[in-house]
Write a protein that binds this ligand. Structure first.
Ligand code: GLP
Length: 264
């Protein structure tokens, strides 16, 4: 794991956006894995600005989102399809036909999960997958006890996740308790993963992910198995890491190495 600790949420978003921008510049036909939640919003704003400035184009890119609420259509204002349109797709030059979000309104959700996996494979696999992290260590909607090799499937949300996301729903609005999510095994197949976490309320989950054992009780700990996982966090989210100074030292050395390589 590459652990990048930055001052604040704005720096985290800028760092993450630069990874995605570099990916699109290197490979315009990139397959991007995208995420919802409040954390990626600032990163999407950075990407929109870069797109408008002509620095990057999404016109040949394809995207796959991690997850969707089961029981909501894409027109529902709380669906993740709606979120992605609002936060990114409608503001950049991506062809919406090349943007995929699990079908929350699928008549047969089981078949829809299999089809989603097949579409990712047909697109050549995900080049860079963006992730947030839940307070309980979930990634996508892979809640604690999720199989570490799981595939896209229907998952029941924990009460903690329902409570955390209740802020987005109106008092009398139906809030789903089921989802379709890429599995942990699906996520681990992305060539690169970039997880963003900000704020003190993520500090326990970040500690468990980086310093805890590999275990289904903390789904994000599965990233310990990934060969190219970049964890980008602010100081607040890093505040419970026991080896904080060591991670900062490694990253400083890494920056020196990158600077040297750039001169070759
Ligand atoms: C939801 C999403 C996750 C996201 C998490 C944290 O549960 N399914 O992908 O990482 O929320 O969201 P936030 O960034 O708002 O804390």
């Amino acid at each position: 794991m590459q652990i990048v600790i930055l001052n604040d949420a704005a720096a985290v978003a800028a760092y993450g956006a630069n990874i995605f921008a570099a990916q699109l510049q290197k490979k315009p036909t990139s397959v991007l894995g995208l995420a919802t939640g409040s954390t990626p919003v600032a990163l999407y704003q950075e990407l929109i600005a870069k797109n408008k400035a002509g620095e990057i184009s999404f016109s040949h890119a394809t995207s796959f989102n991690l997850d969707e609420y089961l029981g909501l259509t894409g027109e529902h204002s709380q669906s993740y399809r709606y979120f992605m349109n609002e936060q990114l797709f409608s503001h950049v030059d991506i062809n919406k036909e090349n943007t995929f979000v699990p079908a929350g309104d699928a008549e047969n959700p089981i078949t829809a999960c299999k089809e989603y996996e097949a579409k990712i494979v047909a697109a050549g696999g995900v080049d860079v997958q963006l992730l947030g992290i839940g307070r309980n260590g979930h990634i996508g909607f892979n809640e604690p006890s999720s199989g570490l090799r799981s595939r896209t499937r229907v998952k029941t949300l924990t009460k903690a996740t329902i409570d955390d996301n209740a802020r987005f729903f109106g008092a009398d609005e139906y809030q789903p308790h089921l989802s379709i999510t890429m599995g942990i095994g699906t996520i681990l197949e992305a060539k690169k993963v970039v997880l963003l976490a900000t704020g003190e309320n993520k500090a326990d989950a970040v500690h468990a992910m980086i310093e805890g054992p590999l275990m289904a009780a903390c789904p994000a700990s599965a990233l310990q198995l990934h060969q190219d996982a970049v964890i980008v966090i602010d100081k607040a989210a890093a505040s419970k890491l026991a080896d904080l100074e060591f991670y900062q030292h490694i990253e400083a050395e890494n920056q020196k190495l990158q600077a040297h390589l750039a001169t070759l």
